[in-house]
Design a protein around this ligand. Structure first.
Ligand code: ATP
Ligand code: MG
Length: 557
């Protein structure tokens, strides 16, 4: 722990207070994903909170699949969720559970409520139930089936379970108060009929509990002390408490709500992310532009950066939207300290050093990471023909362009000062080669007479470089609030991915494994993509070097 936000947020204060007052001996939290999609960075906030609190206060955190809807849930999602939680750096130990583990007990408890006259079977259709539920300003209407006898209710409920009725024919509802100002208390549905195979329980059940009924009881069965969820469940809390109060549960968990994470330029909703995947707008759930944890992993985001991000944004009781640049800032900070530097040229132009001996090769020692004194150097070969970035040359340089131009001298990083003598063009007038001379006296990049060019360029030796594909990314959406004007798809950024297929990397980057991270000097942080093949690596740019968020913060201060 150790950090301001972590020490100070209102939920940690409640937990600390409960422990101090002896209301609990151990804090027990849970992360309860529904396995109907891949986790996104919003879930990471919840994971870092729940697992973080357990770590900091010496308690435990359960991973519980909230698998009450067999129509949308799949094994692929279950597997990916486990992988992502582990990747983020958390461990549920032996505490892996499913809401479906409790289907038997939940069913018995529903019979118990029916026996107490606190639940009933309703024959109304879903539409009728919706219509009679009332509105925010108007109470609901009682179902004509609300006052059935206990015996009739029990008989119908057992026959629901036995599979006598088709989907949607009946539901079981809690009998609370159709006039309540809180819609959640107007006889909420506890069970619906669904003849569907469940990934865990198979064909054992044809009735399934609602989230509201299953969730709090699952918490109680597991001895959860603090059930942390997002603000949209605030109005469900009275119902959460009602079930706990009327059932013989073994513990009395309490629910606390915090504001969900919203991020600019992206969407944090599994439903919308699934839409992007299904419509082929992205390469899949793990597309590097996706805000999913698998996408961020593929993009090269370090889990430490995501945890730091969660710490930095803290917890609040009010909804807000966090600038995407804040997330990049957290990643960049970690990458800067930990990632090794190499050189690559993304959009190459050939440079021939006309006075450099043909066939000669020199090696320069390049620093692995100047931010990490524990690292060393690696050799970079230099020879007569090089590639530099096309962007680093202008035939007619505008003001303030200090990089290479006809007659101008620049420094090649670690190597020599070179001067552009001649520009070679093809028939269409495109620049295809620069003829330069190097100054032998400037070996290592410093001139004995003290002259120092304003620009230092990165480069690779043409004879030694290896080909690579590099994928550059922008925001997935151009609109900072995607869909705010109604059409989510219209807000997609048509240039969110740029694929460069003729990049060159220095030989010292050719051995990187899939998932390895690297800084290409002056270009940003990159990560080796699983699409890489033996004859060519594929790199994703994680973030650029420039920290726009830090700049905005500095201005605001
Ligand atoms: P989505 O809308 O993306 O489907 P969800 O809330 O339905 O999200 P769940 O699998 O039910 O997804 O979420 C598991 C946990 O993660 C819940 O406790 C939920 O409150 C939390 N969570 C989901 N989205 C966010 C978010 N954007 N910020 C913080 N916590 C979140
Ligand atoms: Mg949900």
């Amino acid at each position: 722990m150790s950090t301001e936000a972590a020490a100070g947020d209102f939920i940690r204060e409640i937990v600390a207070d409960d422990l101090r007052a002896g209301r609990h001996r151990t804090v027990v939290t849970r992360f309860p994903p529904e396995p109907n999609g891949y986790l996104h960075v919003g879930h990471a906030k919840s994971i870092c909170l729940n697992f973080g609190i357990a770590q900091e206060f010496g308690g435990r955190c359960h991973l519980r699949f909230d698998d009450t809807n067999p129509l949308k849930e799949e094994q692929e999602y279950i597997d990916s969720i486990k992988e992502d939680v582990r990747w983020l750096g958390f461990d549920w130990g032996e505490h892996l559970y499913n809401a479906s583990d409790y289907f038997g007990r939940l069913y018995e408890w529903a019979e118990l409520l029916i026996g107490k006259g606190l639940a009933y079977v309703d024959d109304q259709s879903a539409d009728q139930i919706r219509e009679s539920r009332g509105t925010l300003t108007e109470g609901g209407r009682e179902s004509p089936f609300r006052n059935r006898s206990v015996e009739e209710n029990l008989d119908l409920f057992r026959r629901m379970r036995a599979g006598e009725f088709p989907d949607g024919a009946r539901v079981a509802r809690a009998k609370i108060d159709m006039a309540s100002p809180n819609i959640n208390l107007r006889d909420p549905v506890m069970y619906r009929i669904l003849h569907a195979r469940h990934p865990m329980t198979g064909d054992q059940w044809c009735i399934y509990p609602s989230y509201d009924y299953a969730h709090g009881q699952s918490d109680a069965i597991e001895g959860i002390t603090h059930s942390l969820c997002t603000l949209e469940f605030e109005d469900h809390r009275p119902l959460y408490d009602w079930f706990i109060e009327h059932l013989p549960v073994p513990a009395r968990p309490r629910q606390y709500e915090f504001a969900r994470l919203n991020l600019t330029h992206t969407v944090l909703s599994k439903r919308l992310l699934l839409q992007l995947v299904k419509e082929g707008r992205v390469r899949g759930w793990d597309d590097p532009r996706m805000p999913t944890l698998s996408g961020m992993r593929r993009r090269g985001f370090p889990p430490e950066g995501i945890r730091e991000f969660a710490r930095m944004i803290g917890l609040a009781k009010r909804e807000s939207v966090v600038d995407y640049a804040a997330l990049e800032h957290s990643a960049r900070d970690h990458l800067n300290r930990t990632v090794t530097r190499r050189m690559a040229v993304l959009r190459p132009i050939k440079v021939v050093l006309t006075n450099y001996p043909d066939g000669q090769v020199e090696e320069f020692a390049a620093v692995d990471n100047p931010e990490d004194p524990g690292t060393g150097t690696h050799p970079v070969p230099f020879s007569r023909v090089l590639y530099i970035e096309r962007d680093d040359f202008r035939e007619e340089p505008p003001k303030k362009f200090y990089r290479l131009a006809p007659g101008r001298e620049v420094r090649l990083r670690y190597a020599y000062l070179v001067t552009c003598r001649e520009v070679i063009k093809d028939a269409s007038g495109e620049v295809v080669e620069l003829r330069c001379t190097y100054d032998l006296a400037t070996r290592g990049g410093t001139a004995p007479d003290g002259r120092s060019p304003k620009a230092t360029l990165h480069w690779v030796s043409a004879a030694h470089a290896r080909p690579a594909e590099v994928r550059l990314y922008e925001h997935l959406f151009t609109n900072p609030y995607p869909g705010a004007e109604g059409d989510l798809i219209a807000d997609l950024n048509p240039r969110s991915e740029e694929v460069l297929t003729s990049a060159w990397i220095e030989p010292g980057a050719a051995g990187l494994a899939v998932g390895a991270r690297v800084q290409f000097e002056r270009l940003g942080y990159f990560c080796v993509d699983p699409d890489s093949r033996a004859d060519g690596l594929v790199f994703n740019r994680t973030v650029t070097l420039r920290d726009t968020w830090a700049k905005v913060q500095a201005r605001e201060r």
